[in-house]
Design a binder for this molecule. Structure first.
Ligand code: ADP
Length: 246
């Protein structure tokens, strides 16, 4: 781990990587990267690299796990052994089990499970390279992979974290800010601004918490635009193919 920097924000209000306090790392999204999955997405966010795959809806086995009136959603967040500086121990950990659970719940308000009784929708989010903010990056990728799989949804989910360093709130923590900061508040929300995941490490005052929510809402709004743009691009490229056929 790198040593703790003396200051996280310089006299010009810029962070160690040159970002303003309310600036996110650049995000790129590629859709449909896996041919065997029903939906997939490769997402880069700063140095984070995430691959998300969706399978289903398909019949759930064993049958006793089926829900007769709706589909169940399973979500697996996993860090590749090579995704971090020291090797991450393969297999589920307390951390990855918790992240998988809260991430699955983050999609509960939007996935229309009632359309697929007795079925299962499987979401896999593989962290290939981790650099802080992987749970939110994985949720952003999973949201696109679900849309790519054609799962009926009431909209997309977008997620980002707000933290506190040098007593100031910052959007989208970098690795050093995450390691040595005073707070980390990952949030996921629907297009309508309904919060579907909220976790918090560290301490914030009531005022800071309110401001952090505002910053996260703005961050999610920006991410939603990037997500929509990526989907639109894919849809348009299909339109080109269709046009060339008729
Ligand atoms: P998030 O990735 O959602 O911010 P954490 O706050 O738990 O989740 O982790 C912050 C960062 O710490 C991760 O993005 C990753 O870079 C690093 N990290 C997490 N788990 C491990 C691990 N087992 N080994 C090494 N680094 C890790």
């Amino acid at each position: 781990m790198a040593n703790k920097p003396e200051k996280f924000i310089d006299e010009n209000g810029l962070r160690l990587d040159g970002r303003a306090v309310d600036e996110m790392r650049p995000m790129t999204i590629e859709i449909g990267v896996l041919s065997r999955a029903d939906g997939s997405c490769y997402l880069e966010w700063g140095k984070n690299k995430i691959l998300a795959a969706v399978y289903g809806p398909r019949e759930l086995h064993p049958r006793r796990m089926q829900k007769p009136d709706e589909a169940i959603v399973r979500y697996r967040y996993n860090m590749a052994a090579f995704s971090v500086e020291d090797r991450a121990r393969p297999g589920p950990s307390r951390r990855s089990i918790e992240i998988s659970k809260v991430s699955r719940d983050a999609f509960a308000p939007i996935i229309m499970t009632k359309y697929y009784p007795s079925a299962v929708i499987d979401v896999f989010a593989e962290v290939l390279q981790a650099d802080a903010g992987t749970r939110t990056a994985a949720i952003n990728a999973a949201s696109i992979a679900l849309a790519d799989a054609g799962i009926p949804m009431k909209g997309l989910i977008s997620a980002c974290a707000v933290g506190k360093v040098d007593g100031q709130l910052v959007l989208d923590l970098s690795k050093d800010e995450d390691n040595y900061g005073n707070a980390d508040l990952p949030i996921a929300m629907t297009q309508d601004g309904e919060i579907s995941l909220l976790q918090m490490d560290g301490n914030l005052t009531k005022e800071e918490f309110k401001k952090a929510l505002e910053m996260a809402t703005e961050g999610c709004r920006q991410i939603l635009e990037i997500q929509k743009e990526a989907l639109k691009k894919k849809f348009e490229s299909h339109e080109e193919v269709v046009k060339s056929l008729v």
